[in-house]
Design a protein around this ligand. Structure first.
Ligand SMILES: Nc1nc2c(ncn2[C@@H]2O[C@H](COP(=O)(O)OP(=O)(O)OP(=O)(O)O)[C@@H](O)[C@H]2O)c(=O)[nH]1
Ligand SMILES: [Mg+2]
Length: 260
C-alpha cells in the first residue's frame, strides 16, 4: 500500500490531520471549465416506474468477502457504495430495495467489515463496503483498494457524503485516486433530512463547486437521500430522491428500459 493510500484509510484520521494543508487535493485545470453541473431533466413518470419496478424485484445476499484474494467472478454489471464510516452506505442499499433487513446497519461507525455483494433482479450486483475515516481499519482499506483496482465488472462507484458534514479530506483523497486511476464515480449526499431545505441547498452547492473545479471522473449530477419527511409542498422528497438513485444505478449498470 502506498503511503497516501495508507493515510486514506487510517482509523485515526485526526492524527494525520484532515486539515493538513499539504494534503489538500491539487486543483485541476481545464480549458473548458464548467461553472456548475448541467441542469437535470426531472425523470418522467415512466422512467420512475421503470426504476422502482426493477428494485422491487427479488433481491438476494450473495457473498461477504473479508479478504481481497477471494473476489467473486460475477458476470452482471456492478455498482459499489463507498464513503466514510457511518455515512449511510448500508442504509442506502436497504432503501433502494425497500427492505430494512437486507443489510445490517448501526449507529456505531465501523459496522460493515467486509465487501458484501447483493443481487438485484438477476441483473445488477450491488456492493456494500466498509467505511473509511473514524474507526476504520487499514485492512479494510486494502480490501477496498484491491477491489477498486481490479474489478472489471465495476461500472460506477457511488461515493456517499454526509450532507450535514460536507466533504472531508479523506473524500477528496479518494476522488483524486479515482481520477488518477481513472474510475467513474458519482456523489450521493446522505442525511438530507437533518438539514433545513436552505442549509441543504447551501451544502449541496458548496460540494458541487468543489467537484466542478477539482473532480475529473465525477458524473456531473449530485444525488441525495434522506429519511422520509414530508416536504412543505407535499411531495415526498425522500421517495423522489431514492427513485433518482435507483435510476442512476440502472443507468450506470447500462440497463436502458424502453421508456421516455
Ligand atoms: N437521519 C438520517 N440517518 C441516517 C440516514 N442514513 C443512515 N442513517 C443512520 O446513520 C447510521 C449509520 O448508517 P449505516 O447505513 O450503518 O452507515 P454505513 O455507512 O453503512 O456505516 P459503516 O458500515 O459503519 O461504515 C445509522 O444509525 C442510520 O440509521 C439518513 O438518510 N438520515
Ligand atoms: Mg455499513
Amino acid at each position: 500500500m502506498y503511503p497516501s493510500q495508507r493515510l486514506f484509510f487510517q482509523s485515526a484520521v485526526k492524527l494525520f490531520g484532515e486539515h493538513n494543508s499539504h494534503l489538500a487535493a491539487t486543483k485541476r485545470t481545464s480549458a473548458y471549465r464548467l461553472v456548475s453541473f448541467p441542469e437535470q431533466q426531472p425523470l418522467s413518470l415512466s422512467q420512475k416506474n421503470a426504476a422502482n419496478k426493477l428494485f422491487s424485484k427479488p433481491t438476494r445476499f450473495l457473498l461477504s468477502i473479508p479478504d481481497p484474494k477471494a473476489l467473486p467472478a460475477y458476470r452482471n454489471p456492478e455498482v459499489a457504495f463507498v464513503g466514510r464510516s457511518n455515512v449511510g452506505k448500508s442504509s442506502l442499499i436497504n432503501r433502494l430495495v425497500n427492505n430494512s433487513k437486507l443489510v445490517k446497519t448501526s449507529s456505531k461507525p465501523g459496522h460493515t467489515r467486509a465487501l458484501n455483494f447483493f443481487d438485484i433482479a438477476g441483473q445488477i450486483t450491488l456492493v456494500d463496503m466498509p467505511g473509511y475515516g473514524f474507526r476504520s481499519r487499514e485492512e479494510w482499506g486494502e480490501l477496498i483498494l484491491e477491489y477498486l483496482g481490479t474489478r472489471k465488472q465495476l461500472k460506477r462507484l457511488f461515493i456517499l457524503v454526509d450532507a450535514s458534514a460536507g466533504l472531508k479530506e479523506t473524500d477528496r483523497q479518494l476522488m483524486q485516486m479515482l481520477d488518477d486511476q481513472p474510475l467513474s464515480y458519482q456523489v450521493v449526499l446522505t442525511k438530507r433530512d437533518r438539514l433545513t431545505a436552505d442549509a441543504f441547498d447551501k451544502a449541496r452547492s458548496e460540494i458541487e463547486q468543489y467537484l466542478v473545479k477539482n473532480a475529473v471522473c465525477c458524473y456531473p449530477q449530485l444525488l441525495a437521500t434522506g429519511k422520509r419527511r414530508k416536504a412543505k409542498n407535499h411531495v415526498d422528497q425522500a421517495e423522489e430522491d431514492i427513485t433518482s438513485v435507483r435510476w442512476a444505478v440502472m443507468a450506470a449498470a447500462g440497463i436502458k428500459p424502453n421508456v421516455k
